[in-house]
Unconditional design. Structure first.
Length: 115
């Protein structure tokens, strides 16, 4: 499983009827200037809606490649899914388990899109 797929899984993207699934937004990216610049076609009130899941994955990869460039997986996930809103330690453990990555790996080295 790729890093993006693992993050999408943790965000609930693969659950039928979930917000990320309905919005074609596997990374649950908030709507705003960045999302619009990367293909968002609207919002559900907080999160961006993309025309296709592939577009959502591309936006997710672009976000991680820019705002999280050079960060470790652990540091990036603490920023991406902050403990104030998430169980970040669980998020990190799942992503590392599902991908085989280590918390110390550099996130921007692992941004291949799912096939």
């Amino acid at each position: 499983m790729t890093l993006l797929e693992a993050m999408a899984r943790q965000e609930g993207f693969f659950a039928v009827g979930s917000r990320p699934k309905k919005n074609n937004n596997p990374g649950d990216i908030e709507y705003g200037k960045f999302a619009r610049a990367h293909g968002a076609i609207g919002t559900d009130g907080r999160f961006a809606k993309f025309p296709t899941a592939r577009d959502g994955y591309k936006a997710m990869a672009a976000l991680l490649a820019s705002a999280y460039h050079g960060m470790t997986v652990e540091a990036a996930l603490n920023k991406y899914a902050p403990p104030i809103e998430n169980q970040t330690n669980v998020y990190l453990a799942h992503v590392c388990e599902w991908t085989g990555l280590k918390p110390t790996d550099i996130i921007s080295d692992h941004l291949e899109l799912p096939v």
